[in-house]
Design a protein. Structure first.
Ligand code: FES
Length: 346
């Protein structure tokens, strides 16, 4: 790309594997309050999908082919996409530190991606007199945001925080305690075997963003009962409550969510959910209780905190076919203009 500064050039050489390795190195140093949130954010904004769209001959056509709906472009949400991370409250300082890092990048070019993230996080933590573990996740997110948006757009964003003062003042310990809480089932509730109800939180920065469901119901089922707001006005994909849904049978991929807290209280991923979530491209794991779930399939047996991505699509098969093409013919351009030859969409 023309006029890239040297930091952008450094980042543009980082692929999904390089980022996975960096995150694996950083993960143990990220505070518990943001460990799941950081992994969820990286699942919500996959580098390989952004690269496929950036290299496509016809980006709009590819987006249609992959059934992308909602706002999948980080450029529109540079300051906002990470509001569910605790580290979001330090965004103005992290953003500024990264802009300074990009300006003086010459001296850092031989340092690994993970070490650069740690260095910037440490600098901000020292300035703010905070524990550096609280800054590492949001700094990694900022690096990836810059990679996907470019330095000019990153710098042009205002650098504002998108949570109110009350929530910004919550401590990490309080947030972790809230996530661990389960609903009281009332006096003698321990004797209850039916009619247990649990609270699902779908935005930790909004005290009213909660709904109830019955024991064993899937996350999408409970959401449909919530008519507290005009959800469609907030997001046209939300035609049945706060969780976007279409098929309710693990066929469309509309209802994916990240699980910030309580993943262990959801039923294990069944064979169909596991197969389809990989085909959609959201996550590729054999873990029984992963951090990304299909809300229409994940049955709750306790209180859970989720975060809803602003978009959905079906891109897993397409990205795998691109990767296979690249492995067979290294250096070949991704086949962004020849999507009809792939089996991206059933
Ligand atoms: S609503 Fe279609 S996959 Fe869940």
């Amino acid at each position: 790309m023309q006029n890239e500064n040297s930091f952008e050039q450094f980042l543009s050489q980082k692929d999904e594997e390089a980022w996975s390795a960096a995150l694996a190195t950083l993960l143990r140093s990220i505070h518990e309050v943001d460990r799941n949130a950081t992994q969820i954010w990286f699942a919500f904004y996959p580098l390989s999908l952004w690269q496929a769209l950036a290299h496509a001959e016809d980006r709009e056509r590819l987006a249609q082919q992959l059934l992308l709906q909602g706002d999948y472009d980080l450029k529109h949400q540079i300051d906002r996409s990470h509001a569910f991370l605790y580290g979001h409250r330090f965004w103005p300082q992290v953003k500024k530190a990264i802009e300074q890092h990009a300006d003086s990048f010459g001296q850092s070019s031989s340092i690994s991606l993970a070490d650069q993230i740690l260095t910037v996080a440490r600098r901000v933590a020292n300035d703010l007199k905070k524990d550096e573990s609280l800054l590492i996740g949001i700094t990694a997110v900022a690096f990836m945001t810059l990679q996907q948006t470019g330095l000019a757009a990153f710098t042009a964003a205002p650098g504002t925080i998108h949570i109110d003062r009350k929530h910004a003042n919550k401590s990490p310990e309080k947030i972790l305690r809230d996530r661990a809480k389960d609903d009281s089932q009332g006096l003698l509730g321990f004797l209850r075997t039916v009619n247990k109800q649990f609270t699902i939180t779908h935005d930790e920065n909004d005290d009213k963003a909660k709904y109830k469901l019955n024991d064993g119901q899937d996350l999408a089922w409970g959401a449909a009962e919530d008519r507290s707001r005009d959800w469609v006005a907030i997001d046209p994909r939300r035609s049945e409550g706060p969780i976007p849904v279409e098929c309710r049978s693990a066929s469309c991929g509309t209802c994916w969510v990240g699980v910030l807290g309580g993943a262990e209280k959801l039923a294990d991923v069944a064979a169909r959910e596991g197969k389809k979530i990989k085909e959609f491209g959201y996550i590729d794991t054999a873990e029984p209780k992963p951090l990304i779930r299909l809300a229409c399939q994940a049955q709750a047996g306790g209180a859970v905190s989720v975060v809803i991505p602003p978009w959905n699509g079906q891109f897993g098969k397409y990205l795998r076919s691109l990767k296979n093409t690249e492995e067979r013919a290294p250096g070949a351009q991704p086949a962004g203009g020849r999507i009809e030859q792939t089996d991206a969409v059933n």
